[in-house]
Each structure stands twice: as structure tokens, then as C-alpha cells.
Design a protein. Structure first.
Length: 497
């Protein structure tokens, strides 16, 4: 399969000349120019025929000078022959009002095939007669007549169409050769212009895509976008941005895969260590010391959570977390577990404040909600513990309230806040970390767990100092009376709202 794909890519990169876009454009340009020349050629041949006939009439009209002084003048036969030979006509007739004068070569008038009035004709008729002369002419005779100059006098002549057909064939040949040369020159110029403006950039983008598909992790495979301001320039810049973004995504996926591989190697040993610690914690429950009895249940719960996390540590990056097992829970015990597990050192001067009523309830998975709050609180503690100024207020606050059918939980700190780069990639794994060496997985996991509940996790921006995250979880519907009472009163329960 891989060899077939590589062969197809090679065939795409080295196309046969007849399959290249440039060759197709060159052939199409020649074809279209030839079609345009044909559209010009047809009326030009018809116009040549009429011009040729008019010239013959004008030549014959010159004979009227010989008889204009005396209408009774009889021309010698030698003069008649010279006039007829100059025009190629068999018969010439001059009309002056109602008088006529004939100049003949012989007494026999040949049969006439068609009549042509050079003073009054239509384009369609001229084109039809031209093709008829080209295809079937050579042994026929035409009666051609028209006015002499701007006068009312007319001239008629009967002449064979053989010389006309020969002249038309020569003219058609010359026009065809000239049209072919014009087509080749025009097509070449158009091709060179299109090749420089469009084909080269397209070929360059195609080569970049092929190279990128074979080596997506190579920075040299990213196309260098030009500064063109047309559609191809936009396409180059979009392709470059897409390739760079895809490389970043591939790097993140590779880091995630490496992380998963590393964790999978230590997962087995970690579970064994935690299992041993779990056995020792079970023995502590039999010690009668009051202090031990107070901390032993929390230690057991913490170890149970650690074992569960170890078993599901690779869940992120696979299909996702397990669906939440939603129950009606109290929020205060969950926050108490978070405070205990944080283990904030009193020497750091960080104050933990939980402004949540003991009877505040909501529909959620207690373990997943614990993980969300734990990730948010751990990030807040890590952000504040770096500040060594004893005068700085370092406080981590958790509050909760309700707005209609939505439970609101706020996690707020008085730390330095999030940098701009962390805000741009807030919930992206390996990008949204606010500290050096961080992975950004904490916020990504927290958002995934909240979304699994059908809720949202957002950063409140309207703050001068510190950071505040707000969790919104859909809760059990309230009664209609309670909703009306809520709308009549301003919402409360969350700081900053």
C-alpha cells in the first residue's frame, strides 16, 4: 500500500507533457485563436469576392469614357476585345438612362448561373455565394451589375467565375497561413504570460504539497508565501499557514504520544506501589490514635483516587473521558477534599477561602468535579507561590451560586494573571501553560470534563489583577415561582457578577 502511494505521488510529480496543465492551456489557446480567425476568415473571403467584382466593374466602367461624347459612336472590334480582355468579361453593357451600349466579344451570350448586384447585397447572401463559388465554381458565368460612381448610370457585365475562384483560393490560402502564424504567436505569448503568472505558482504549490505530504515534520517543506495580492497569493499564504498549523499539531500529537508511551511504561509499577500504600493505609485505620483516625479516611480516599487515576491515566488523547456518573451531590465536601489534597504550606502565606453553603447541591459526577476543581486550584497555587513579597495578598477563593437551571462555580485567585500567550491557547494541550515547563493538560482536561457534563468553563476577562474561572453546569430545573422570584431580584452568589 505504501509503495502504491509513493508511486502515485511520483507520477503526479513527473507528469507526461500531454498531461501537464501548461500543455493543455497552450493547445486550448491555439484552438480558441483559430476559432476566432475562422470567424474572421469567413466574412473576409466574402468581402474579397465583392471587392474583386467591384474592381472588375470599375475597370469596365472606364469604357464609358469612350462613348460618353457620342452615344452613336461605334467602337472598333479591336478596342472591344481589349476592354473585354482587361476585365475578363464576355459581355459589357452600359446604361445611360434608357439608352444602352453593348460591347461584345461574340454574338453568343453564355448561360448565366447567378446575378450579383454590387450596390445592394446582404452579408449572409455574400457569405453563401462565396462558399458556393469556392466549392462549385470554375465553369459558371455571373451577371454582375451596379451603379457607375455616384451617377444614375449603370454597368452590367457577364464574366466567368473561374478567375474569381482562383483569386479567392489564393486569398484564402494566404489568410489561412497568416491566421496560423498569428495563432501560434498569440498562443505563445498568452502561454508565456499564463505560465509566469499562474502555472509556475501552481506548480510550486503542488510541489510543496507533495513534499509536505512526504515529510510533514520538515520545516523546509513549508511553502514560502510570496507577497502577491491576487488569488494565488492568498492561496500561497493560506497554504503556508495551514502547513505551519499542521506541523504544530503534529508536534503536539507526537509529544502526546511520547507522553502516553512514557506513562504506560511506569503505569504498571506505579499501580503496584500505590497498592502497597493502600494496604498500609488500611492498617492505619486500626490505630487508636485520634489524629491517625482523623487523617486515615482522607488518606485512604486519596490513595483510592491515585489508583483510579493511574488506571485511567491514558484516557486523555484516546476516545476521551468516561461519561460522567451524575448524582445529586453537595459541593462543600468536594471543595474540602480539594483543600486537603492541595496541602498548602502555611509558610507560603496563601489563604484558601470557600464561600459555599453547606446545603448547596448540584447534579454532577463528584470525582470528575473534584478533578476539575483540583486542576484549577493547583494552577492558582502554583501561580501565587512564586511571589515572595510578604505584603502581597495571596488568596484562593471558591464560591458558588445559581442562575435559573444553571449552577455556577467560581475559582478566583489574586495571582499575577495569565500572560497573553497562555490566553490565546488557553485550553490547548501543550500550548496553554502559564508557567515554564508546564504542559497545559490541566485546563484541557478540566474543560473536557466540564463539557462532558453539558456545561462550560470560561475565563472571566474583566479583571485588573488575578484570574477567575467560571464553571457553568446545567442543574435540575427550578419551579416557575422560583424562576419568577429570581428574575425579580438581581443575581447573587458569585463575586464579580
Amino acid at each position: 500500500m505504501a509503495r502504491d502511494k509513493g508511486r502515485k505521488r511520483t507520477e503526479t510529480a513527473v507528469l507526461a507533457p500531454q498531461r501537464r496543465l501548461s500543455s493543455k492551456i497552450l493547445l486550448l489557446t491555439i484552438l480558441f485563436v483559430m476559432i476566432a480567425e475562422v470567424l474572421i476568415f469567413v466574412p473576409s473571403v466574402a468581402n474579397f469576392r465583392m471587392t474583386w467584382l467591384k474592381e472588375k466593374l470599375n475597370t469596365a466602367a472606364a469604357a464609358s469614357v469612350l462613348i460618353s461624347s457620342d452615344v452613336e459612336l461605334e467602337l472598333p472590334l479591336r478596342v472591344q476585345d481589349e476592354v473585354l480582355m482587361a476585365t475578363g468579361a464576355k459581355v459589357i453593357a452600359l446604361r445611360f438612362g434608357e439608352k444602352a451600349r453593348f460591347i461584345r466579344l461574340s454574338d453568343e451570350i453564355p448561360p448565366i448561373h447567378s446575378h450579383v448586384d454590387v450596390s445592394d447585397f446582404s452579408g449572409a447572401t455574400a457569405i453563401r455565394d462565396s462558399f458556393e463559388t469556392l466549392l462549385f465554381g470554375g465553369g459558371r458565368f455571373l451577371r454582375v451589375h451596379g451603379a457607375i460612381g455616384e451617377t444614375d448610370n449603370h454597368i452590367e457585365m457577364i464574366l466567368p467565375d473561374g478567375p474569381l475562384r482562383d483569386a479567392m483560393l489564393i486569398y484564402a490560402r494566404n489568410v489561412a497561413v497568416l491566421s496560423l502564424l498569428i495563432s501560434l504567436i498569440t498562443a505563445s505569448l498568452v502561454f508565456l504570460a499564463i505560465n509566469r503568472i499562474a502555472i509556475r505558482p501552481i506548480r510550486r504549490m503542488t510541489g510543496s504539497m507533495l513534499q509536505f505530504s512526504q515529510h510533514p515534520d520538515d520545516p523546509e517543506a513549508v511553502i514560502a508565501a510570496s507577497d502577491r495580492n491576487d488569488e494565488l497569493g492568498i492561496a500561497e499564504r493560506e497554504l503556508s499557514a495551514m502547513q505551519e498549523q499542521l506541523q504544530e499539531t503534529l508536534k503536539s500529537q507526537k509529544r502526546l504520544a511520547d507522553l502516553g508511551l512514557a506513562v504506560s511504561k511506569i503505569n504498571h509499577d506505579m499501580r503496584n506501589i500505590l497498592a502497597s500504600a493502600q494496604l498500609m493505609s488500611d492498617r492505619l485505620s486500626s490505630v487508636s490514635d485520634p489524629s491517625v483516625q482523623r487523617f486515615a479516611p482522607k488518606l485512604v480516599r486519596t490513595l483510592d483516587r491515585a489508583v483510579s487515576y493511574s488506571e485511567n491515566v491514558l484516557s486523555y488523547g484516546r476516545a476521551g473521558e468516561e461519561p460522567p456518573n451524575r448524582r445529586r451531590i453537595k459541593l462543600a465536601p468536594v471543595i474540602s477534599d480539594v483543600e486537603d489534597l492541595l496541602g498548602i504550606d502555611p509558610a507560603l502565606g496563601i489563604e484558601f477561602s470557600a464561600n459555599v453553603p453547606d446545603d448547596f447541591e448540584l447534579d454532577a459526577d463528584s470525582e470528575q468535579l473534584f478533578r476539575v476543581l483540583m486542576n484549577l486550584c493547583r494552577n492558582a497555587v502554583q501561580a501565587m507561590q512564586g511571589d515572595k513579597d510578604p505584603a502581597t495578598v495571596k488568596r484562593l477563593s471558591i464560591s458558588a451560586g445559581r442562575m435559573g437551571t444553571t449552577a455556577l462555580i467560581s475559582v478566583e485567585d489574586t495571582g499575577p494573571g495569565l500572560p497573553e500567550k497562555a490566553r490565546e491557547n488557553l485550553f490547548s494541550a501543550f500550548k496553554g501553560s502559564a508557567r515554564a515547563g508546564g504542559t497545559g493538560l490541566g485546563l484541557a482536561i478540566a474543560q473536557e470534563l466540564v463539557r462532558a457534563h453539558g456545561g462550560s468553563l470560561e475565563l472571566r476577562d474583566a479583571r485588573s489583577v488575578g484570574t477567575q474561572f467560571e464553571i457553568r453546569l446545567p442543574d435540575a430545573p427550578v419551579s416557575l415561582e422560583a424562576e419568577r422570584e429570581r428574575r425579580a431580584q438581581p443575581s447573587a452568589g458569585l463575586p464579580g457578577r
